[in-house]
Design a protein around this ligand. Structure first.
Ligand code: HEM
Length: 149
């Protein structure tokens, strides 16, 4: 009986060890793959967006803008937009950036605050510098449609 118990414990320890090893091992990334694939596909994008939205919601510099917004819907559309912009298979179904943000009078500092919140999430999920830079470039290109409107 004692032997069976020990065997079970050893098996559990082995499984835990394997789990840790699998998590610690960096994902192999094909450098020629699309940004979407290098980011880890839709599951990874959704995880980052969700975490990012939490950061924004607790960021007193900008969270006032989001009072009353449908968090799930904004999350869904953001993930869809990033997926499409990164060369993924999604089709963004939300409103264009000018229509959404006009009337909000978002300043450049507030825009930068939101990007900062995103970078915190990208770092938390260990997104490498190359992928971060590519994503930030795409989002940065939308700045003119978002600020001072
Ligand atoms: C590159 C930066 C940004 C991107 C890509 C982006 C993208 C989006 C998207 C996809 C939506 C949902 C669109 C829809 O409902 O059809 C949205 C909504 C919204 N965005 Fe942005 N946004 C950015 C920057 C900002 C900034 C800097 C602020 C404020 C500080 C902001 C405030 C909002 C708010 C309040 C909503 C919700 C609007 C509503 O539900 O009526 N966004 N944004």
């Amino acid at each position: 009986m004692q032997q069976v118990k020990e065997l079970k414990l050893a098996a559990l320890a082995l499984l835990l060890l394997m789990g840790c090893a699998a998590q610690g091992k960096p994902r192999e990334i094909d450098p020629n793959a699309s940004l979407y694939e290098r980011l880890g596909g839709m599951v990874a994008i959704q995880a980052v967006v969700e975490d990012f939205y939490d950061n924004v919601a607790s960021d007193e510099r900008i969270n006032g803008f989001f009072i009353g917004a449908d968090a799930n819907e904004v999350n869904r559309l953001l993930a869809e937009q990033i997926c499409q912009a990164a060369g993924g298979p999604c089709k963004y179904s939300g409103r264009d950036m000018i229509s959404v943000h006009t009337g909000m009078n978002i300043t450049e500092a507030q825009f930068n605050a939101l990007i900062e919140d995103l970078v915190r999430s990208l770092n938390k999920f260990n997104v490498p510098a190359r992928e971060q830079n590519e994503l930030l470039k795409v989002l940065g290109s939308m700045k003119g449609d978002i600020i001072d409107r």
